[in-house]
Design a protein around this ligand. Sequence first.
Ligand SMILES: [Zn+2]
Length: 257
Amino acid sequence: MPKLKIIGCSSGMPDANSANSSYLVAFKNKYYLLDCGEGTSSAMIRLGINYKKIDNVFITHGHPDHIMGLPVFIQMNHIARRITPLNIYLPSELVEPIENILNATYLIREKLSFEWHLHPIKPNPTFRDNNLAINAFPNKHLLSNAEAIESLRLPNKMQSYCFTVATSRAKMLYSGDLHSADDLEGLLDNCDLLLVEGMHIDLNDLLELVADVGVRKLVITHLPSDNIKQRRMIMSIARKLGINGIYFAGESREFTY
Ligand SMILES: [Zn+2]
């Protein structure tokens, strides 16, 4: 059974109890990393994760709490004498800027103990090996930047994705960050595990959608760890809607699907 392990789950506001977004999928002795926010590497050390086994990293969008752990993750692998290549799949608008950041911070491919490669995300499939397939579906999370981008004539394309991680028997959806629960419509069929952020969307809308389509396991992430009142409110709505199998993400928590 594939296993999801929470490495980091905090949102843009750093949290004392967790790194920023970072999730590990483990299946048949292979590791896949979804997002790599700040604090990912130290959390991996704390959790005793054999990070050299991660060959493929998938980035949902360019907000710092989802991507800014990458340089330290690469540095850590170099110092630990990693040999195998590291493949990073990310929105196409980020390929050049991240290449520039890695070169500017002297993580120059030719100088390291291993090669890193940046791949622009393509749909259908975004990635496939003999273990599982990962597919990217665009969402509207970054749309509120349109006016600023236009007035400053920035090159940003507001690319942001949800990912499905599917084996031959089970499917997980990781929402990344969203604009609204509507971004999930059409993606939840046969979903064994939904890992969804609860920071930018109306939680009532989310729970109603989940009650409607029937997800087997719901893991809500990206919430402040100290807001107990909010968690009680979510549980109470879930109970009213008859949703079972609801959990909150927290560092080191594991879920099979
Ligand atoms: Zn975001």
